[in-house]
Write a protein that binds this ligand. Structure first.
Ligand SMILES: [Zn+2]
Ligand SMILES: [Zn+2]
Length: 258
C-alpha cells in the first residue's frame, strides 16, 4: 500500500535525522565541553565569562532536554520533506537550477534570515504569556555550558525548528547550502553557550563588535534574562534598543587578560 511505503520512508527520514543530529550534538558539544571543562580548564580560566562552573545536575538536565530537541528537529525535517512531496516548498536538487551564484549566496542569505527569525521569536518568547511554557527551560541555565545549546522545552524546540519549513517556502534552497547552514549555526550555538570568550582584546573597540554577536553577549542574556536577544549579529539589538547596558564592560573585562 502507498501509505505503508510513505510511512516507512517517513520513519527512515526521521530515524536517520535523529541519528545524524544526535551524533553531531554529542561530537561538537562534547568536544567543546572536553576542551573548556576538562583539558584546558586551567589555561583558559582567564577567558571564562562566569568564573564558576555549572553543576553536573545542570548539565544532565541540559543533555536530557537537548535529546528531546533533537527528536523535534528531526520531526520538522520530516514535515519539510512531506511539504516538498506535496510541492509546497521551493527546495531544488539540480545544483545550477537557479545559477551557481544563488547556490553560494543562499548560505549567507539564510544566516541573515535566521538571525532575524531568532531575534524576533526570542523576544516573543520572553513575553509574559509565552515565557513559562516556551523559554523558561532554556533559562534554567544561568551559567550555560556547551550542553545548553539545545536545552529547550519541546514548544521552544518547535519554534526553533520552524526555520526549516519557513525557509523552504520563502525562497529556493538547495540541500547542500542548507546542510552547511545547519552545521554552521549549530557550531555557533555551541560556541555562544560554551561559557568562554574567544574574541581578541581589540575586538571590543572595533566596528565589528557593533555587528557581530559574541559568547559574552549571550551569557549576559542568560545571567540577566533580558537584553541581547540576537544570535549571529548584534544589529537587531542595537536597532531596537535591547542591547544590554553591561555587555561592553563584561566583554572588555573578559578579553583584557589576552
Ligand atoms: Zn541560550
Ligand atoms: Zn532568552
Amino acid at each position: 500500500m502507498l501509505s505503508d511505503i510513505f510511512l516507512n520512508r517517513a520513519a527512515q527520514v526521521l530515524g536517520s535525522n535523529i541519528a545524524v543530529m544526535a551524533g553531531f550534538y554529542v561530537l561538537i558539544a562534547g568536544a567543546a565541553w572536553l576542551s573548556g571543562y576538562v583539558l584546558f580548564r586551567r589555561s583558559w580560566k582567564h577567558r571564562k565569562i562566569i568564573a564558576d562552573y555549572p553543576e553536573r545536575a545542570d548539565m544532565a538536565r541540559e543533555i536530557f532536554y537537548s535529546g528531546i530537541s533533537v527528536i523535534i528537529f528531526a520531526l520538522f525535517v520530516v514535515l519539510t520533506w512531506w511539504m516538498k512531496l506535496h510541492g509546497w516548498t521551493r527546495i531544488y536538487v539540480t545544483m545550477n537550477e537557479y545559477g551557481w551564484w544563488w547556490f553560494f549566496l543562499s548560505l549567507p542569505v539564510t544566516i541573515v534570515v535566521h538571525d532575524a527569525y531568532f531575534y524576533w521569536t526570542h523576544r516573543l518568547l520572553h513575553s509574559r504569556a509565552l515565557y513559562r511554557w516556551f523559554h523558561h527551560t532554556h533559562h534554567r541555565s544561568h551559567n550555560p555550558s556547551p550542553w545548553t545549546s539545545y536545552a529547550f522545552a519541546p514548544l521552544e524546540a518547535a519554534v526553533q525548528a520552524g526555520i526549516m519549513p519557513l525557509v523552504a517556502v520563502l525562497y529556493p534552497v538547495h540541500p547542500v547550502p542548507w546542510a552547511l547552514f545547519m552545521m554552521f549555526q549549530f557550531g555557533i550555538n555551541v560556541t555562544i553557550h560554551s561559557g568562554y570568550e574567544f574574541m581578541p582584546r581589540r575586538f571590543a573597540d572595533s566596528w565589528i563588535s557593533r555587528v557581530l554577536s559574541t559568547p559574552t553577549s549571550h551569557i549576559v542574556h542568560h545571567q540577566y534574562s533580558r537584553g541581547n536577544y540576537g544570535f549571529f549579529f548584534s544589529f537587531w539589538d542595537r536597532l531596537m534598543g535591547t542591547h544590554h547596558p553591561r555587555y561592553e564592560e563584561r566583554l572588555r573585562s573578559v578579553t583584557s587578560g589576552s
